[in-house]
Design a protein around this ligand. Sequence first.
Ligand SMILES: Cc1cc2nc3c(=O)[nH]c(=O)nc-3n(C[C@H](O)[C@H](O)[C@H](O)COP(=O)(O)OP(=O)(O)OC[C@H]3O[C@@H](n4cnc5c(N)ncnc54)[C@H](O)[C@@H]3O)c2cc1C
Length: 459
Amino acid sequence: MNRSELLSRLLVAVGETAVLTGDRVRARSAGIWGQPHTIAAEILVRPADTGQVASVLSICNELDQSVVIHGGLTGVVEGARAENSDLVLSLERLDGVDSIDPIGATLTAGAGTPLATIQEAAAEHGLMFPLDMGARDTATIGGNVATNAGGNRVIRYGMVRSLVLGLEVVLADGTVLSSMNQMIKNNAGYDLKQLFIGSEGTLGVVTRVIVRLSAQPASREIALVGIDDFDRVTRLLGYLNGACGNTLSAYEVMWHDYYSFMTVTRPAPLPPDSAYYVLVEMLGSDPVGDGERFITVLDEAQTMGLIDTAIIAKSGTDEQAIWAIRDDVVSLQELRPMFLFDVSLPIRSVEAYVTDIRAALTKGWPDQQMFVFGHLGDGNVHLAISAGSASGDARKNVEDIVYRPLAALGGSISAEHGIGLEKKSYLDWCRSDAEIGVMRALKNTLDVKGILNPGKVFD
Ligand SMILES: Cc1cc2nc3c(=O)[nH]c(=O)nc-3n(C[C@H](O)[C@H](O)[C@H](O)COP(=O)(O)OP(=O)(O)OC[C@H]3O[C@@H](n4cnc5c(N)ncnc54)[C@H](O)[C@@H]3O)c2cc1C
C-alpha cells in the first residue's frame, strides 16, 4: 500500500484539518486503561459526518488499509488499540444530539456524543436515558453500542441492545447502511442493527444512533446495606425484586476488600466491618410515598434478618457519595500490576467461585490482593487482582485461574466489556466452534478484506 497515495486521497476526501499524522497522532492519549498510553498509529482521521466516514472507509478498503475505530477510549479490553501500520478513525467530530421526540421518547445522536451529554439532553425533556456507568463523561454512545455496554441499571432497563431502536452504520467498503428505525415494533425482515451492537467495531462503523428513552423517575431512593454472609445477599435480592416491584434499578455489591480500599480516602457511610455491601437503588414515580415505602421495605428486610446494617441517602450529596464508592474503579489502577476481570455466572454460584479463585491466587502469590465488586443483580462480577509482576507469566496464570471454572458453571469470560484483544484467546472457553464459525462468516461477508479492527475478538 502506498502511504502517500493514501494520504493524498484522504486529504481530498476530508480536508487537512481532519487528518493528523506522525507526532500529532502519537501526542494523543490512547485511553486511561492499559498500555501503551499513546497512539502508535501514523495516521488519524477525524471525519465530520457520515459521508466523510464512508469516503475514508472506501479509500482504505480499496488500498487494503487497516482501520482502528476510536470512540471515547474508555474500553478496558484493548479493543481500540492501534498498531503503527493501522489508520485510526476517530468519531470525535460526529458529536451532538440531533433531535429528541418527546412523544415517541426517542433521541437521535451522532456516534461521538458522550453518554453524559445524552443523559442530560433526555433529562431536559423530562425523560431519562437509563444507560449509566462510571465512564459516562468520556464514553461515547457509538462506543457503548459497539461494546453493547451494560452498566449500573441493567437489572431494570437491560443492556444497550435493548435501548437502541435505530442505527446508521458504514460498512468496510464505504456502504452506508441506514437502519434509523424509531419504532418499538418493526419486524420487516432481519433486525440488522443487532448485528452491529456488541461487534466491537469489527463489522462496521456506527455513525448515528436512535435510542429509546424512559420516563424520568419522580423519586430516587438509595441505600447502602451491610450483610455478613452471601446467602443473605442473594435472598435480599429476591426479596427486593418482589417488594420493590419493577422499581428496583440497581443492586450493586461490593465485597469487604473493595469497600475498605475505597473508603480509605473518603468518608465511609457504613463502618468497613461487613463482609458485603449492597448499593440498592429504587427509581419510582411517587416522590412522597416512595421514600416511606423504601424505608418500610428495608425495615421488613431487617426484621426478616436479611440485613445487618443499613444507611439511607437523605440528599443528593449522600447519593453521590454512595455511588462514588462503587463507581471509582479508576483508582484501582494504583495497584501494580492490576488485572481487571469482568465475568458473569449464575448468581447462586458466585460466592463459591470467588472463594475458589481467592484460594488459588493465594496459593500462587501469598501476597496477592483481590477486590471484588459488580452488578451482582445481573450475575456480573468484576475482579481487580494484583498478583506477581506486570511482566512475565503472572497475567496468563491469573487469567487461567479466573476463566477456567466458568464454562462448567455456565458463565462467560465477558459480561459487558467485550473481547477486544485482551480476551480473544479465551473466546472458545465460552463460545462453541459453531458460534465462532458463524461470527467469522459474518465478518468475512461484511468486511471482505478484513480491514476493520483486524485481530480484535478473534483472528
Ligand atoms: C471507570 C470506568 C467504568 C466503566 N464502567 C462500565 C460499565 O459499568 N459497564 C460497561 O459495559 N462498561 C464499562 N466501562 C467500559 C467502557 O466505558 C465501555 O466499554 C464503553 O462502552 C466504551 O465506550 P467508548 O466510547 O469509550 O469506546 P472505545 O473505548 O473508544 O472503543 C471500544 C470498542 O468499540 C469500538 N468502537 C468505538 N466507537 C465505535 C463506533 N462508533 N463504531 C464502531 N466501533 C466503535 C472500538 O474500536 C473498540 O473496539 C467502564 C470503563 C471505565 C474506564
